[in-house]
Design a binder for this molecule. Structure first.
Ligand code: SF4
Length: 194
């Protein structure tokens, strides 16, 4: 059983328990808990992923709903959208990307610092969607590597949250050295990204 820390808050004179994140695998005893640095960093990254919303059309509206109180993306530590690529962890591309816009998406990705992840939200970002035309990019994975694809036209906010949780899984379990690996460099080289 993973360790689970609990916090009690008081609202309207009634006690409500809030479950906080599970502790990583480790060794615990009276007064101590030991784990690896990699797991601690994975835990921190997982629960503080800052998105850069790159919204060009209707799927962006679903993202706005995801940010709202009902779906409350802040439950996942991602309530702080970053419109500066340098402070963003996840590029969330939502909407139709015209070929003219492709270089802009790529430039934004290149300006993000490592570790960075990409979610293609909705059919248009994933594959061009219904717009199989000369002017529309047939999926953003033609210009940047994509970690998670969220299906739907448009996807529901629950699906966007599910996509975020899949990135959380990646962030939690990724080796600290993965980004230095030859395989990762080869992936970036295949996209001509330095
Ligand atoms: S996938 Fe559908 S809802 Fe999303 S941007 Fe494309 S057309 Fe709009």
């Amino acid at each position: 059983m993973p360790l689970r820390y609990k916090q009690t808050i008081y609202m309207n004179d009634s006690n409500k328990d809030i479950n906080l994140v599970d502790a990583p695998d480790g060794v615990s005893g009276a007064g101590f808990f030991a784990t690896s640095l990699e797991k601690v960093i994975g835990l921190a990254r997982k629960n503080s992923l800052w998105p850069l919303p790159f919204a060009t059309s209707c799927c962006g509206i679903e993202y706005m709903a995801t940010m709202g109180a009902n779906y409350d993306i802040s439950r996942f530590g991602s309530e702080r959208p970053s419109f500066s690529p340098r402070q963003a962890d996840i590029l969330m591309v939502m909407g139709t990307i015209a070929k003219k816009m492709g270089p802009v998406v790529k430039q934004v990705y290149e300006q993000m610092s490592e570790p960075r992840w990409v979610i293609a939200v909705g059919a248009c970002a994933s594959s061009g969607g219904i717009f199989d035309t000369y002017s529309v990019l047939q999926g953003i994975d033609r210009i940047v590597p994509v970690d998670v694809y969220v299906p739907g036209c448009p996807p529901r906010p629950e699906q966007i949250l599910d996509g975020l949780m899949r990135v959380q899984d990646l962030a939690e379990n990724e080796s600290l050295r993965r980004r230095n690996s030859p395989e990762y460099q080869a992936l970036l080289d295949s996209y001509n990204i330095k």
